[in-house]
Write a protein of this length. Structure first.
Length: 74
């Protein structure tokens, strides 16, 4: 398997920075999915990830996918 991170030269990111950002997003997703509990009574807890953060993360992931596909000539 090829190291696809070499293709991740995105605007404002080196491949190392893009990889670190992806790690951060995945850790936050894991925490949200496996470590938060819903409130059974009273006011619901605030979401761990805000909508703007989610949209920014999704855009970043789309850029990674595009760069990877372009690099692999898919």
């Amino acid at each position: 398997m090829k190291d696809v991170t070499r293709f991740w030269r995105l605007s404002g990111y080196t491949p190392e920075q893009a990889s670190a950002r992806l790690d951060t997003l995945l850790k936050k997703r894991g925490h949200a999915a496996h470590h938060t509990r819903s409130s059974k009574q009273g006011t619901p807890a605030a979401h761990l990830i805000t909508k703007p953060e989610l949209e920014k993360g999704l855009n970043f992931l789309k850029m990674l996918v595009d760069a990877t596909e372009k690099g692999l000539d898919v």
